[in-house]
Design a protein around this ligand. Structure first.
Ligand SMILES: NC(=O)c1ccc[n+]([C@@H]2O[C@H](COP(=O)([O-])OP(=O)(O)OC[C@H]3O[C@@H](n4cnc5c(N)ncnc54)[C@H](O)[C@@H]3O)[C@@H](O)[C@H]2O)c1
Length: 436
């Protein structure tokens, strides 16, 4: 068998005078296309193409921000729930999208490739601040996942995004771990008013879980801390370098110390695990969608004035606070997230009002006849609060734009609608008469 095979192979050996193609020269595969290009003048076209591409990538290294008319940014939010003052909309319709940092997956994108929206988690996104932030992120074209346990948040705050493929809502308590593939985490979930945080002080474990998520998926993490970390401050106005004067065992400590611990954990994850983090210290913020009866002073006064109840002032009313409109805060948070600086940054309006002055503005805006009623002050109530925002101005190019007198009416119309339903105040009698 073996010899047969050998024999046949011999048989099939080419006869010396039969046709045999010339063996290929090794350089022929290189020379032939070059000859072809020279003969057909293709080389000229290739060189011209390379020159044009080089020129374009040199002059426009990245895709410019998409030139979308302003109304297209605002459109995803129906007019009735767009609470940004018109000049704020103009100013903020193109947030900084360039300084995302080298490690961010949405960094530089060559011209011609459409920029991918970011995947962003907003914990506490169904709450007051969170829902306004979600509006802005969705309007910018990002995909947003809201994680909320609805402790103080409401579905109504984000319902206008239902059906939008870029929006998801997960009912989840952040004290339980969660795995999601995202680029950024805005961590807001935390009961923020005294009524609620005394009942459910959930700050620290939730922050730990979200930092763990950021570490695991390589996301950038932003903590919404608070001016309460300064306690009853001995420095005025408060700079970020001030360490605070906090009672560790008082009735407010679960919130104040909880946020201080959250800041510590955030910095530890940054230094120890290389997580990209940002810290915002938020000062009193007001606006539409605030909880109506949660004991925060602006919402208290507005609701009381609308209901024709006396405005309750605690203590002598001379303690000061500064009040920031929510669109200013959202702009600050987004700039912080997109910027290069870790912080902490004070985000607040440096305009300082005593509680009595605030009550006067509410009287001017809603009801000049509203009465003021004094009550004993609550424990550990800080005497003064006013942010020094030089750092945010310098490093984020941010400062608030909306004054209290301009922002308050925007909040009042939302509160009026929520308290009186569809009826405008004073319209009840008219309705009664017309129905009879
Ligand atoms: N509004 C302010 O003046 C102010 C000032 C300083 C700091 N902050 C901080 O900003 C963030 C948002 O505050 P806000 O005013 O929008 O309060 P908010 O109560 O309206 O929003 C908090 C949201 O977090 C949700 N939440 C609470 N605990 C949760 C949990 N364990 N799991 C999942 N979701 C949870 C609530 O349901 C709510 O939707 C908070 O972290 C707060 O501490 C707010």
């Amino acid at each position: 068998m073996g010899s047969e095979l050998i024999y046949r192979r011999h048989e099939s050996q080419p006869v010396s005078d039969s046709y045999s193609p010339k063996p290929d020269k090794p350089w022929a595969s290189v020379v032939r296309p070059i000859r072809y290009m020279l003969r057909e003048q293709r080389l000229v076209f290739v060189l011209v193409g390379i020159a044009i591409a080089t020129l374009v990538f040199t002059v426009f290294p990245t895709s410019p921000a998409p030139r979308v008319p302003r109304h297209q940014f605002i459109d995803p939010i129906p007019d009735s729930i767009s609470y940004f003052p018109v000049d704020a909309q103009n100013k903020f319709s193109h947030p900084h999208r360039v300084g995302l940092g080298s490690s961010n997956p949405a960094g530089k994108i060559p011209l011609g490739l459409k920029r991918k929206g970011l995947r962003i988690v907003v914990t506490g996104g169904a709450g007051f601040v969170g829902s306004h932030l979600v509006d802005r992120l969705i309007a910018r074209g990002d995909s947003v996942i809201v994680v909320d346990n609805f402790f103080t948040g409401r579905k109504e705050n984000v319902m206008h995004h239902f059906g939008n493929p870029n929006f998801e809502l997960i009912r989840h308590d952040v004290v339980e771990p969660l795995l999601l593939e995202v680029d950024q985490i805005y961590h807001l979930a935390c009961p923020a008013s005294p009524v609620h945080y005394k009942f459910n002080p959930t700050n620290v474990v939730g922050t730990l879980n979200m930092l763990g998520l950021a570490k695991r998926v390589g996301a950038r993490f932003l903590l919404t801390s608070t001016s309460e970390v300064y306690g009853d401050p001995l420095q005025h106005p408060q700079k970020e370098t001030y360490w605070g004067n906090v009672n560790p065992i008082g009735v407010r400590s679960c919130y104040d110390e909880g946020k201080r611990t959250a800041e510590t954990l955030t910095m530890d994850y940054h230094r120890g695990a290389g997580v990209e983090v940002r810290i915002a210290r938020i000062f009193n913020t007001y606006g539409p969608r605030m909880c109506i009866d949660d004991g925060r002073v602006v919402s208290n006064f507005v609701a009381q004035a609308l209901r024709k109840e006396p405005l309750t002032v605690y203590g002598d009313g001379k303690q000061t606070r500064s009040f920031q409109y929510v669109s200013d805060l959202v702009e600050g948070l987004m700039r912080l997230m997109e910027g290069e600086h870790v912080g902490p940054f004070n985000l607040g309006n440096p305009g300082e009002f005593t509680m009595l002055e605030l009550a006067e503005v509410v009287q001017e805006t809603i009801d000049p006849n509203a009465k003021i009623e004094f009550r004993p002050n609550t424990e550990d109530d800080p005497h003064k609060r006013k942010p020094d925002i030089s750092r945010a101005k310098e490093q984020l190019g941010w400062e608030p734009k909306v004054s209290l007198r301009k922002g308050l009416p925007l909040m009042v119309s939302d509160f009026r609608q929520r308290i009186f339903g569809d009826h405008k105040e004073g319209s009840n009698t008219n309705n009664g008469e017309s129905s009879s």
